[in-house]
Design a binder for this molecule. Structure first.
Ligand code: IPM
Ligand code: MN
Length: 355
């Protein structure tokens, strides 16, 4: 089978982690008899620096034409002074919108060998294995009107959801739960927000089509606390765009490091696969970043984007073995432990790939 993959390395540590993910993909393609054709394109700060808009027309055209899109990270503090619509991040938001990827899956789990790497007591973290399903195209990120009125110094953003937007992402969460432990926790702020009241009503309606899946609701504040106190109680966590942005960082941190978290953003067309971590400008270009999030995003691309689950398994097993064998990038190393560079860690993953 041959697939075309649009690679968007982006900003900061994006290019160096994506380089390693590509190297892993090249090896897996050989093992699994797949043909992966890569093309590379600018997005975010890297596009702005080249005199282009944050999402150049050439990039979005290539993304739409590809079988899947693999992205590194977007964000560059040297463009912080620009208005929201011109910043690097707006390129990522436009890419998500133009690809129509409304469901963002962010799996977070306790890795064996990493029990002591995170902030939680190992006994609290034990057994944690969840997927955050984040609605990706609605809510405050895209709602109109939005503005900062400089004359009055008043500002507004709009939280907006329609029944159809909630319904389609809820179905993804329930379907996903069917292949797991059959539990969905839907997270909202229905004690205060009308958008959350609609959210809860629609999720309850969708649940009727999935009588085999157990649904419960949590307020977002209580959920943030429960993630820290009882993370193993979650299976599928379904929530709106901004709540999902926040809770997925928390889910990553409690499991050891945000650097480990991959994501898949799915819609009707090609999927978008990207690590959850940002561009981490302070360590960019230093061969220090954890490439696991990018490598595991490549695995999600094989599974959910290209329907090649066994090739995805090959990568995930190799990453698990690399961690279990004690390889540690700086973000997950205990004091005094030997620290692997980005490239050394990926070398160890490549060495553990086998069919
Ligand atoms: C993420 C990031 C993005 C978001 C930023 C870079 C726009 O934080 O993917 O979680 O807020 O969605
Ligand atoms: Mn985020």
């Amino acid at each position: 089978m041959a697939y075309s993959i649009a690679v968007l390395p982006g900003d900061g540590i994006g290019p160096e982690v994506i380089r390693e993910a590509r190297r892993v993909l090249d090896h897996v393609a050989e093992i699994s008899h797949l043909e992966l054709r890569f093309t590379s394109h600018l997005v975010g700060g890297s596009a702005i620096a080249a005199g282009l808009p944050p999402l150049p027309p050439e990039t979005i055209a290539a993304a739409i034409a590809a079988d899947a899109v693999l992205l590194g990270a977007v964000g560059d503090p040297s463009f912080d002074h620009l208005p929201p619509g011109s910043r690097p991040e707006s390129g990522l938001l436009a890419l998500r919108r133009d690809l129509g990827v409304f469901a963002n899956l962010r799996p977070a789990k306790a890795w064996s060998g990493l029990e002591d790497s995170g902030p939680l007591k190992p006994a609290v973290l034990a057994g944690t294995d969840m997927v955050v399903v984040r609605e990706l195209l609605g809510g405050l990120y895209y709602g109109e009107p939005r503005e900062w009125n400089r004359a009055t110094d008043q500002s507004i953003n709009t939280m907006r959801y329609s029944r159809a937007e909630v319904d389609r992402v809820a179905r993804v969460a329930f379907q996903l739960a069917r292949g797991r432990r059959r539990r969905v926790v839907s997270v909202d702020k229905a004690n205060v927000l009308e958008t959350s009241q609609l959210w809860r009503a629609v999720v309850n309606d969708v649940a009727k089509d999935f009588p085999d899946v157990q649904l419960s609701h949590e307020y977002v504040d209580a959920c943030a606390m429960k993630l820290a106190c009882a993370p193993a109680s979650f299976d599928v966590l379904l929530t709106e765009n901004l709540f999902g942005d926040i809770l997925s960082d928390e889910a990553g941190a409690i499991c050891g490091s945000l650097g480990l978290l991959p994501s898949a953003s799915l819609g009707a067309g090609p999927g978008l696969f990207e690590p959850v971590h940002g561009s981490a400008p302070s360590i960019a270009g230093r061969n220090q970043a954890n490439p696991s999030g990018a490598i595991l995003s490549a695995a999600m691309m094989l599974r959910s984007g290209l329907q090649q689950p066994s090739a995805a398994d090959v990568i995930e097993r190799a990453v698990a073995e690399t961690l279990a064998d004690g390889f540690r990038t700086a973000d997950i190393a205990s004091p005094g432990a030997r620290v692997s560079s980005t490239i050394e860690f990926a070398d160890a993953v490549v060495a553990r790939l086998r069919a």
